[in-house]
Ligand binder design. Structure first.
Ligand code: UDP
Length: 319
């Protein structure tokens, strides 16, 4: 296949480039680098099956030649209000990437008769009142909340995707991505894993927000991109959750990171640091992914952390 991937220089986008190239496809990457980094795709510079365009997908996009697949991953994605690259500080760009960017990609998919895959998110479930979250749960999102710029843009993107499928018969698919970690995460994006791993490797106490009782389920990036590729190659049109179903509190997660890194500095609680409507519980129900894609995650937390640590050490100048 000849595949267009927006957000190619992001954490997930760059891993997807690698996966799709290793599956033998030709990949056309697009990114405007507002949150992605050229470093993430630098190793592909001499790969003849990879081309790159620096573009903002919120504007009209054009790709010469036939395209068989389009994956729309471009969007700020960090919920941390302190982060410059988070969606709190890029609210309009976030809404445009989800709304106008999705529209442009769907328009291209329609003219090219291409398979389209939308990167959606567990955030469409908001602060969930149903647990774990299955694809049938419609979510609990406040349209004017500060997190809504991301949540509602992705919800709109899902609606638009289904409209193009139902009305124009475009071959669409939607992946709802849960918390994921691995090499090439932005160390400064303020999320739990980059913050904790950075702090642990520097021998600092880990900053647990609130009482640390809120839960998440963390998926190693290789497992995630494997699930996404399987969805791309399938003929499924309805949303599929991809994530690791092992739920833990943020406190347990911090303790696991201290253990794996041997950090003795412990934990410091930052009572008021949680963002508005920070979800209290989050865990994917991955029954559909198992049935439709025969997919489940394979890498456990300790193994995933051990695979991630060298990248962080390198970025921190510790090797
Ligand atoms: N969190 C934390 N300490 C940090 C960063 C995040 O306790 O230094 C918490 C945050 O409040 C949230 C959870 O970790 O409850 C996961 O946050 P993250 O930013 O990774 O993404 P989210 O799952 O909210 O999209």
């Amino acid at each position: 296949m000849r595949i267009l991937l927006t957000g190619a220089a992001g954490f997930l986008g760059s891993h997807l480039c690698d996966h799709l190239l290793s599956d033998g496809h030709e990949v056309i990457g697009m990114d405007n680098f507002i949150t992605g980094s050229p470093d993430n795709i630098a190793h592909l510079a001499n790969n003849e099956k990879f081309t790159f365009y620096k573009r903002d997908v919120s504007n009209y996009i054009f790709v010469p030649g036939k395209v068989d697949g389009i994956l729309h991953f471009a969007s700020p994605a960090s919920p941390n209000p302190q982060s410059k690259s988070g969606y709190f500080n890029l609210p309009i760009q976030t809404m445009k990437a989800g709304a106008l960017g999705t529209h442009n990609c769907l328009g291209l998919a329609r003219t090219q008769n291409a398979r389209f895959l939308l990167a959606s998110t567990s955030e469409i479930y908001g602060d969930p009142e149903v647990h774990p979250q299955a694809e049938t749960y419609a979510g609990n999102v406040d349209p004017i909340g500060t997190r809504a710029v991301y949540d509602e843009a992705k919800r709109f993107a899902e609606s638009l995707t289904m409209a193009y499928h139902r009305f124009h018969d475009v071959n669409t698919s939607i992946v709802r991505i849960f918390n994921t970690y691995g090499a090439r995460m932005d160390l400064e994006d303020g999320r739990a894993l980059p913050n904790f791993l950075k702090q642990a490797l520097l021998g600092l106490p880990l900053t647990v927000y609130g009482d640390g009782g809120q839960t998440r389920s963390f998926c190693y990036v290789d497992d995630l991109v494997d699930g996404i590729a399987k969805l791309l190659y399938s003929d499924e049109h309805y949303p599929v959750n991809i994530g690791n179903p092992i739920e833990m509190t943020i406190l347990q997660f911090a303790e696991a990171i201290n253990k794996v890194t041997g950090n003795q500095a412990g934990i410091v609680y930052q009572e008021d640091a949680r963002s508005e409507r920070d979800p209290q519980r989050r865990q994917p129900d991955i029954t559909r992914a198992g049935k439709i894609l025969k997919w489940e995650p394979k890498v456990n937390l300790e193994e995933g952390l051990l695979r991630t640590i060298p990248f962080f050490k390198n970025k921190l100048g510790l090797v």
